[in-house]
Design a protein around this ligand. Sequence first.
Ligand code: ADP
Length: 585
Amino acid sequence: MGIRSRIFFIVFSLLTVSISIAYVVAERDLSTAFKLQIVNELEKQANLLVSSVGNIDKFKTPIEADSIANDLGKASNSRVTFIKNNGQVIGDSELNIDQIALIDNHISRLEVREAIEKGKGWSSRYSETLKQDLLYFAIRDNKETEPNVIRIAVPLTYLDSATDTLGLSLVLLFVVVFIVSMIASAVAVNFLYSNIKDLADVATNIAEGENKKGDLKALPTQRGDDFGKVARSISQISEDLKGQIKMIARQRDQFGQVLDDLGEGILVTNKDGEVVFSNEQTSIILNIKKLSNENIKNLKIPALNYLFKRVDNKKRADIEFEIELEDKTTRWVLGSMNTSKTTGDYILVVHDITQLRQLNSMRRDFISNLSHELRTPVSVIRANSETLLDGALDNKKEAKVFAKAILHNSERLSVMVADLIDLSRIEYGDLKLNIKKIDLISFMDDFVTSMKSVTKKKEIEIIFKSNHYDFVKADPQALERIMNNLVDNAFKYSEKGSSIEISTITEHQHVKVMVSDSGVGVSDEDKDHIFDRFYRTASARASDNKGSGLGLAIVKNLTNSLNGEVGVESKNDSGSIFWFTIPID
Ligand code: ADP
């Protein structure tokens, strides 16, 4: 039921009840007053009857008594009854003689008894004889002892018509009440509505999350009545709500930030597989730009379909799978899917395990390379020692050859072991660097001088060219090791009579040092691998050149420790340029 109907119902019910009570009281008072007036009239007429009849015992026959009653009844326009002192009716203007003979004794009638006892009496009741409501008035006749009773009665039809009029008025009054109730409820509702509507509008806006500043200002918070109270409460609720929303948003942002900062990708789906949350890392790892509102089943990654099916069957699942990237490289991903205990959603966690896989394969390669590289000199040493023991020792000339081979390979072994130890010290950070400001030109001059004996022996010339004066930040020993390895290689892979050039240029806050030779050069294919441990080109393996395949790996690790980079370029004619960078001081 709406407010309008309720108010109408309340007003209408209240007015109806009040009017009904008023009607009942008015009708009762009116009928009493009316009856008393009739009684008054009847008393006057009764007195007249007594004075005209005197003593009813004077009637000799019932016929006479009844005929006199009939005459008097007609004359007074009322019912006249003669009743003996013992209650016997002897004449009645409304009954004939036969009916009078059958009528019951009237001594028990209230008005008759009162008349006999007190002189007069009245009452009103329904007459079974005449079948209508009558008002009776009884009075004693003139008989001295044991007086009889003369009774006069009139129908109460006047009273009925008066109450009928009252009833009609009541109906009219109800119509008026109905209209008044309608108008009153409309006025009340309009008053309430105009006040409540503003409050309701603001409350609805708050509920729908569209709370604007202007809305709250429109609230009648200054009013002293109940509407003011409600307005103040709404305003307070709105402020609290805003604070809580801000707090939740901040917490969500923080949480989202934490999830975005995680190295792992996290993706949440509902039971149908629709993505309800995913952090930035998931898009990166899965190489899918848009994940929100997607369905995990439509992502075209079979491994994710597998995980979803397993987890849908209430099983936790893990799988390693590949993602093909645009540059044709492969990313390895470990995906684990589980069901959230609180929400029942499915949570997918993805890790990029490419590096881990590469490390594993590098470790495997390293071990197999190491065994291979160590086995060759060890086998040579063993074979030569066996030959010596088998009798070659007796032949001085042969023994010298075998002993030389043993020496050469043991030197190779010791170089390799020393390089390996250095490399692991650099890689594990055990090498303590002593970073200093170094005058690069004087450092290079000294370095070139120190190589003099080697250059002479190999008939290879070293030239140092520097256009400008530079100071760099580096560890002198590490820098010397880098230069040693690069220049040593340049010697190893160049022909007699050629020259090696060392030059420097400045580039992006770094000095680029280039060691250029006119040797065998490096093919494009080899360029990608020569800085790996144990990597030696096929021609280097075939040549007499001693080497472990660790020199350039050491150069790379040392330059990286000095915050520099390393690389190789082919020269146009022949040979190669090995370069590295070191920060300018
Ligand atoms: P190695 O002990 O074999 O010299 P490195 O790590 O120093 O080991 O070098 C790796 C490989 O790179 C060499 O085996 C060789 O094939 C190639 N290389 C290095 N320097 C040069 C160069 N200056 N010219 C041509 N090839 C080179």
